[in-house]
Design a protein around this ligand. Structure first.
Ligand SMILES: [Fe+2]
Length: 108
């Protein structure tokens, strides 16, 4: 994956353009499927800003924390959900009940 994605040759865009691209993504592990991904990014960043107003680097971290989900899109490789989103497919340990769909184990 490092070799494949380390070339950085797929697309050039701003962070905001990447945030907007996430509106084309459906994260099957997300319990708020009705909410656009960009809403999730903004709500996360704003919640962090409220709790930690002086940590601007942390606000940014909240904003960009899910940008890797673009890997689900065809232009970025169209990887399967299990390889990109984390909550539904942890491995190597017992499934915690706080995990969305923790009773479902999918292996592909
Ligand atoms: Fe997230």
């Amino acid at each position: 994956m490092r070799e494949e994605y380390g070339k950085l040759n797929r697309m050039e865009m701003s962070i905001w353009e990447c945030c907007e691209l996430l509106n084309d993504v459906v994260d099957e592990s997300d319990p708020d499927l009705d909410e656009p991904q960009i809403e999730h990014l903004l709500q996360t960043a704003e919640a962090i800003r409220k709790d930690y107003p002086n940590e601007d680097w942390l606000h940014l971290t909240g904003l960009i924390h899910d940008l890797g989900k673009v890997l689900l899109l065809p232009n970025f490789g169209g990887l399967p959900q299990w390889a990109v989103v984390g909550d539904t497919y942890p491995v190597g340990c017992a499934f915690d009940e706080s995990i969305v769909h923790h009773k479902v184990v999918l292996v592909s």
